[in-house]
Design a binder for this molecule. Structure first.
Ligand code: ARG
Length: 267
């Protein structure tokens, strides 16, 4: 009896190990709902993003494109699986991972201590920096003006981003002004151009795109905080190691830099 049980256990273990090795650890096509799931028989990985953040992720017609989308596809190719991109608000991304609705998230997402309490992060694949956007004639001349004694500015951010975290801590909690939180960075920019708020704190690359697309705005020269972007995954996900291996190969062979250079022209 005992021997029989052991054999079953061993067989089950081998079977599940084989399954883990063969697949990319994501949802299978049958499990992944939605019309986009392909019939190729390949496993599908669901990637959560918030496609409001050029050049990392943005809509081109119906399609989500950008640095993160391209890197995700390259990783999918390495792992032998399809990547299905699921667009949502930025503040829904981490909940979608913890609820098991997405396999991984790429959204120019910064690694923070706080986020590490609820998700795991891959190795970093890019760096970012928080900057301040103001109107060209603004009295705010440098980032430090926001923290000066007696300062009272209204700062716009995308809700739950690191821009939100930092300004809440450095400005709102110190009674140096108010933080207005918007669903999308572009909404914060609209509020700035109409004079509802005094500045926007956001990542530099999208900031450059927003300033390019809107008259009368500029980015302050002094930068606020430097950050590392990485792929977020559910805590303990089997996929993390596979993604890191793929990422390291794609970094080593220049693919990642090539993708970044396609979207970001050297300054
Ligand atoms: N790097 C910032 C953060 O992680 C902003 C990311 C916003 N990304 C987006 N796709 N809207 O909080």
């Amino acid at each position: 009896m005992k021997k029989y049980l052991k054999t079953i256990l061993a067989t089950t273990m081998i079977l599940s190990m084989t399954a883990a090795l063969a697949g990319c650890g994501g949802t299978t096509d049958e499990q992944a709902d939605g019309a986009d799931a392909t019939d190729s028989g390949a496993e599908t990985l669901v990637m959560a993003t918030s496609a409001d953040f050029p050049p990392y992720e943005f809509f081109e017609g119906q399609e989500v494109v950008g640095i993160d989308a391209d890197i995700a596809k390259a990783i999918g190719t390495k792992l032998g699986c399809e990547v299905k991109i699921e667009d949502m608000n930025f503040d829904a991304i981490i909940p979608s991972l913890t609820a098991g609705k997405a396999d991984f998230a790429m959204a120019g997402m910064t690694v923070t201590k706080d986020r590490l309490k609820s998700v795991d992060f891959s190795d970093s694949y890019a760096t970012g920096v928080q900057v301040v956007i103001v109107k060209e004639d603004s009295t705010i001349k440098s980032v430090d003006d926001l923290f000066a004694e007696g300062a009272q500015h209204t700062v716009g951010v995308q809700t739950t981003t690191t821009g939100d975290l930092y300004t809440t801590k450095d400005i709102e909690k110190k009674n140096l002004g108010t933080v207005e939180r918007y669903t999308k960075g572009a909404d914060a920019i609209a509020a700035l151009t109409t004079g509802k708020i005094d500045c926007v704190v956001i990542d530099k690359q999208p900031a450059l795109k927003f300033v390019e697309a809107n008259e009368g705005l500029k980015i302050l020269e002094t930068e606020y905080v430097a950050e590392d972007y990485a792929i977020a995954l559910a805590k303990g996900s089997e996929l993390t190691e596979k993604i890191n291996t793929a990422l390291q190969e794609l970094i080593a062979d220049g693919t990642i830099q090539g993708i970044i250079d396609t979207y970001i022209k050297a300054e």
